[in-house]
Design a protein around this ligand. Structure first.
Ligand code: PLP
Length: 376
């Protein structure tokens, strides 16, 4: 029983079929000028168009295919910071961002940029008022996540975008790794300039993702070479991965409402179970936030011990953020959300997917209270 879908999801059969077909039938270099190359290029461009359309970004945006959210975040943050550094060197992010965002800001800080790291509210979201007060005439970039990967908090993008655009000339970058494919995102209605995501979070393949950015935006690439992907990401593009990602995104978004309702039902069952266990506290919000992610702290027991105990029963959850590293230290996200070090040291994450079955949740809800009592 797998409850670690925020770390990754299994690739969908149809996605694997698309990947296989394109690899077999359209394997030519999409940048070559011969006929097989042009056919591969056609598929690549078709996938690009589909991704843009699925995210309301058909007009005014570009899609750059990358190796995933880590690369997209690096490219977006570094690219924007350098691009506008003559205008200003003030950058804003939040305390609960993924390490692929926070460590980029740390490195920019060591290069002389001035970084404001916003605190978050008790539900894990950024306070629009706090953001407004942090904006300055020299702010060039604000980078905030859509859904938090540890506690599932959902930032209100329409409100945050409005605050940024009304109060500054800053570019707004959003890490949507935990929301793409699960929540609808319509860039035509949001004041978001750059959007990051990874295909393997919505039944696509690992090693593929994208950065959406304004058509007119140019910046220094991370990778130099043949100038592919509008000069922003050199290297031979992979039509198979691109087509697989477009398919995964389309399939995930097709049923997003139904999936959201199903997962919400399971989430409430798990939360109810957790709330009945003495000295277990839910981190983040109980009824707002993404239903795909549940985080709680279990006093008196090391998270690794709970993980092991559940693993012996073939139930797999995670501590801290399994997608950042195999670390067992305290969760800086839970610390920022609760302000409580003990809770941050004792947090576990249970994450769900549309494919999570009722009997799996029943199994977890029967096992966890008993295990915690035994361990105590
Ligand atoms: N951003 C968030 C919010 C994530 O949850 C993840 C997950 O790993 C990433 C970025 C990095 O994604 P990837 O490992 O696919 O590059």
């Amino acid at each position: 029983m797998y409850f670690d879908y925020a770390a990754t999801t299994p690739p969908n059969d149809e996605v694997l079929k698309t990947f296989d077909t394109v690899n077999r039938d359209f394997w030519a270099n999409p940048h070559a000028l011969h006929r097989p190359g042009l056919r591969a290029e056609q598929l690549l461009e078709q996938a690009r168009g589909q991704v843009l359309a699925l995210l309301g970004a058909e007009s005014g945006f570009r899609c750059i295919f990358t190796s995933g959210a880590t690369e997209s975040n690096n490219m977006a943050i570094r690219g924007t910071a350098y691009r506008f550094k003559k205008r200003g060197k003030h950058l804003i992010t939040s305390a609960v961002e993924h390490p692929s965002v926070l460590t980029v800001f740390q490195s920019l800080e060591s290069e002389g940029f001035d970084v404001t790291v916003l605190p978050v509210l008790g539900n894990g979201t950024v306070d629009p008022e706090e953001l407004k007060n942090a904006l300055r005439p020299d702010t060039t970039l604000v980078s905030l996540m859509h859904v938090n990967n540890e506690v599932g908090a959902i930032n209100e993008l329409p409100i945050l975008g409005k605050v940024i655009k009304e109060g500054s000339d800053a570019v707004f970058h959003v890490d949507a790794a935990q929301s793409a494919g699960k929540l609808p995102i319509d860039l035509s209605k949001l004041q978001v300039d750059l959007l990051t995501f990874s295909a393997h979070k919505f039944y696509g393949l690992k090693g593929s993702g994208a950065l959406l950015l304004p058509e007119k935006m140019v910046f220094k690439p991370l990778l130099y070479g043949g100038g592919q992907e509008f000069g922003l990401r050199s290297g031979t593009a992979d039509p198979a991965r691109a087509a697989a990602m477009a398919k995964a995104l389309r399939l995930s978004l097709k049923n997003w409402e139904e999936d959201f309702a199903w997962v919400s039902k399971l989430r409430f069952q798990i939360q109810e179970t957790l709330q009945k266990i003495p000295e277990v506290e839910i981190n983040g919000s109980l009824d707002e936030g993404s239903p795909y992610i549940i985080n709680c702290s279990v006093a008196g027991i090391k998270p690794e011990t709970i993980l092991q105990g559940l693993a012996e029963k073939k139930i797999y959850i995670s501590t801290v953020s399994a997608c950042s590293a195999r670390q067992t230290a305290e969760s800086f996200v839970v610390k920022a959300v609760t302000g409580d070090t003990k809770r941050a040291q004792h947090s576990i994450r249970i994450s769900l997917a549309s494919i999570t079955a009722q009997d799996e949740v029943d199994g977890l809800c029967a096992t966890l209270p008993e295990l915690i009592e035994t361990l105590r």
